[in-house]
Design a protein around this ligand. Sequence first.
Ligand SMILES: [Zn+2]
Length: 81
Amino acid sequence: MDSSPPRPTLPPRREPSSRRTVHERLAALEESQRVLERTLTGLAREAGVLVAGPCPRCSKAYMLGTGGMVHCPHCGNRLSI
Ligand SMILES: [Zn+2]
């Protein structure tokens, strides 16, 4: 019978995100952005949707094009192409 009290275990040491260098965080963000861009491009191709430049009204999303029109999925701005 084991009567020894449970030992508290320290959590593994982890570098707080604030300790990571700006360069490391930027590199991670850039890679994440590339992953998202590739995914978006692939998804658009499979769906037959054109991905155009950033919305000229809000700049919060890329314009998506179908049937001679592009629209912004964020603000709903519509333009003919
Ligand atoms: Zn917009």
